[in-house]
Design a protein around this ligand. Structure first.
Ligand SMILES: Nc1ncnc2c1ncn2[C@@H]1O[C@H](COP(=O)(O)OP(=O)(O)OP(=O)(O)O)[C@@H](O)[C@H]1O
Length: 248
């Protein structure tokens, strides 16, 4: 087994959910039409501890809103936990929320340059890799490469995001529900790329609702339920726990 590459130590993340009260018409008039906000905090994740070793492919499973994306954001360093810590030993290539962190107002080309530079690519490297990135993303993206990404479909965003991330040499790859968005031909390209990355000894952290994708890549699974880790073990055990929950 490789060396520890991601260590989560008792991680907790608290969010504040601002919700408008169930306003009854009577209250509305009593309050003079003022909307009352009730602020409540909740733990999106709590008491999460695990160690991932270099070269492992780990699937994260759970129902909607259970904390999977939040966990990946913490590993990516875009969210700081309220409790505990996450240590990563190596750079992280994140593909979260259907993009590589694109800005809507920038064009596809500008985003590639920005994201590439943020992840340590030099100008020369970017110049050399840009045609490969555009080719990987496909014809539709190539035709819109100088259009702001706000006009891209979610599939186009994912294609370009994956194309950039695929060019990074980083040892840790975070993929959040991305494979589900692309079409079959693009998914196959992504599968090949992920397989190649794993064969190079890189580490994959994959959030997916697709059992097929999880079983294809991951030997290990983390099953998260309501912010708590219920299973950290073989992928089939994590999937069984998830399916058991869904069936009841
Ligand atoms: N910035 C935020 N502010 C407040 N609440 C948030 C924020 N981000 C996420 N949440 C809440 O935290 C919980 C966990 O969200 P998260 O996106 O991690 O779930 P998920 O398991 O990835 O869900 P899905 O399968 O739908 O993608 C949800 O209740 C969500 O509404």
């Amino acid at each position: 087994m490789g060396h520890p590459i991601i260590i989560a130590d008792n991680v907790g993340v608290k969010f504040v959910r601002s919700r408008r009260r169930n306003t009854k018409l009577r209250d509305f008039f009593v309050q003079g039409g003022k909307r009352r906000l009730k602020v409540d905090e909740f733990w999106a994740l709590r008491n999460l501890s695990f160690t991932i070793h270099a070269g492992e492919a780990v699937g994260v499973i759970g129902r909607n809103g259970t904390g999977k994306s939040t966990l990946l954001k913490i590993v990516a360093g875009v969210l700081i936990p309220d409790e505990g810590r996450v240590h990563t030993y190596g750079r992280v290539a994140p593909l979260l929320e259907l993009s590589a962190g694109f800005s809507n107002d920038l064009t596809g080309r500008e985003n590639v340059q920005l994201v590439g530079a943020l992840h340590g690519m030099s100008r020369e490297e970017l110049k050399e890799k840009l045609p490969k990135i555009i080719e990987f993303a496909g014809d539709q993206v190539a035709a819109a490469i100088d259009t702001p990404v706000r006009h891209y479909s979610s599939g186009m965003r994912v294609r370009l995001g994956f194309a950039v991330i695929a060019q990074l040499p980083h040892p840790i790859l975070l993929v959040d529900e991305v494979l589900a968005v692309g079409d079959k031909e693009f998914r196959n390209k992504c599968y090949k790329t992920i397989e190649k990355m794993l064969s190079e000894g890189r580490t994959l952290f994959l959030v997916s609702h697709s059992e097929g994708d999880l079983k294809r890549f991951c030997k290990r699974g983390l099953y998260i339920n309501a912010g708590h880790m219920e299973v950290d073990g073989p992928i089939m055990d994590a999937l069984d726990a998830y399916n058991g929950l869904v069936r009841t």
